[in-house]
Design a protein around this ligand. Structure first.
Ligand code: GAR
Length: 212
C-alpha cells in the first residue's frame, strides 16, 4: 500500500507542489499525498491541490483554542489514513496533542539554517543579522518551535544586494529539493536517531550512504 502523506499549509503551496511533482515524477517511490489541509481560507495551495486532483480542505482556526483546533486536524488526517505529515508553509504552532498523535512522523521545512532564525520572516532575520550564508532545514517536529531533530539542510550564499525576497527565492529552490529528499529518506526508513542527531543510513542502491 502507498505511503499516505498529509500536507498542511497556510499559503502559496510551492513546497506542496514540489512534493506532488516529485511523487508524479517517481522521485518518492510509493508515496501519495492523500490530503492537503489549510487553516486559511483562500490559501493558493488549496487551489494548487484541486488542480492536481488532490483532496484539499480548509479547517478555519478562528475562535478555536490550539488543541481544539488540532483535534479537528488530527481527526481529518486519521480519517484519510495519513502516515506522514508534512508541514509546508504552515504558519501555526502545533499543540503537544498533535505532536503526540504523530510522534516522529511530522516534518517541517524552514527557510534558515536552524537553530539560527526560527519563527517568522527567517530570511529577513538572516539579512538583518548580516550572515553570509543561510539556507533551509527539514526537521522532525517536536513540542518546541522549529527545534526538532534535523534531517537535512542546504546552504545558500547571501549576496550583498539581497532583499528578503531575492534571498527567499534562492532558498526556495533548495527547499523544494531537500524536502523531496527528506520525505524519501523517512519513507524508506533510511535514518536512525541518536539523541538529537539524525544519522542517515545507506540505501541498497547507494551502499556508501548519501549525505547532503
Ligand atoms: C517557505 O519558504 C517555507 O520554508 C516557509 O514558508 C514558505 C512557504 O512557501 N515556512 C516557514 O517559514 C515556517 N516557519 P510555500 O507555501 O510556497 O511552500
Amino acid at each position: 500500500m502507498a505511503h499516505r502523506i498529509g500536507v498542511l499549509l497556510s499559503g502559496r503551496g510551492s513546497n506542496f507542489e514540489a512534493l506532488a511533482e516529485s511523487i508524479s515524477a517517481g522521485r518518492i517511490p510509493g508515496a501519495e499525498i492523500v490530503l492537503v489541509l489549510s487553516n486559511r481560507e483562500g490559501a493558493p495551495g488549496i487551489e494548487r491541490a484541486h488542480a492536481r486532483d488532490i483532496e484539499a480542505r480548509v479547517i478555519p482556526s478562528k475562535g478555536l483554542e490550539r488543541e481544539a483546533y488540532d483535534r479537528l486536524v488530527v481527526a481529518a488526517l486519521r480519517e484519510k489514513g495519513v502516515e506522514l505529515v508534512c508541514l509546508a508553509g504552515y504558519m501555526r504552532m502545533i499543540s503537544s496533542y498533535f505532536v503526540e498523535q504523530f510522534r516522529g512522523r511530522i516534518l517541517n521545512i524552514h527557510p534558515s539554517l536552524l537553530p539560527a532564525f526560527p519563527g517568522l520572516e527567517a530570511q529577513r532575520q538572516a539579512l538583518d543579522h548580516g550572515v553570509k550564508f543561510s539556507g533551509c532545514t527539514v526537521h522532525f517536529v517536536d513540542e518546541q518551535l522549529d527545534a526538532g531533530p534535523i534531517l537535512l539542510q542546504a546552504v545558500v550564499p547571501v549576496q550583498d544586494g539581497d532583499t528578503p525576497e531575492t534571498l527567499a527565492a534562492r532558498i526556495l529552490v533548495e527547499e523544494h529539493r531537500i524536502y523531496t529528499e527528506a520525505v524519501r529518506i523517512v519513507l524508506e526508513g533510511r535514518f536512525r536517531l541518536q539523541g538529537r542527531r539524525v544519522l542517515l543510513t545507506p540505501s541498497p542502491a547507494n551502499p556508501r550512504g548519501r549525505g547532503n
